[in-house]
Design a protein around this ligand. Sequence first.
Ligand SMILES: [Zn+2]
Length: 221
Amino acid sequence: MAMSHWLLKPCRMPQAANTQPICGTLTMKPPMPRNAVRGDVRKQNLCLACHTPKYFYIDEQRTCIQCGKDFVFGAAEQKFWYEALGFYGTSVAIRCVTCRRKKRDQSSLNQQIALAKTGLKKSPRDPSLLLELAEAIILYRMATGHGNLEEAISAARLARQIDVHVIRGIFWEGCAHMVAGRAEKAKKLLNEYLSSSANSTQQPALKTKASQYLKQLQSSV
Ligand SMILES: [Zn+2]
């Protein structure tokens, strides 16, 4: 018999929901190696004309392209990628979990910067947006070494000029100076932030951070 009936999901063809297998490809259950996780071929996004479906998953040893460390692309994780998230069956993890998280954090900070800037075009004197911009720029700079700290400082200052109650602006301005290597300015502002927020129960995380940064600044001098 011709093999053409095996070509169930040809590449570049939209996969109709009612595409039904006409042979055993999708229901085959070959014997599984030890510690393997059973795959459900029907849930996999894979051209069966070009690739073997994933009847089972086994842990794969890989090397992270970003940090160069070895990591395990686990069987259960693979099943989740290919069957729950719908990733195409030939895509594989190229980064370790830590680097994947870092990349995600960076792209969300980038997005935060872009959103704040878009908002500021409409409302250039919105203190929340100004603070959002300052914070995202500084965190991005801390994570990547890139980002315009002067822009962050101007935004944090303007937020505070518009509304004196925005004491978080002092914190972020202090951080920006710290990241820029201006320790004295940073210490002055972080201390100012801590004394301004002393009577408030808000922003406990920022207060902790401010104290930590001050300790680091003191010990590095
Ligand atoms: Zn890595």
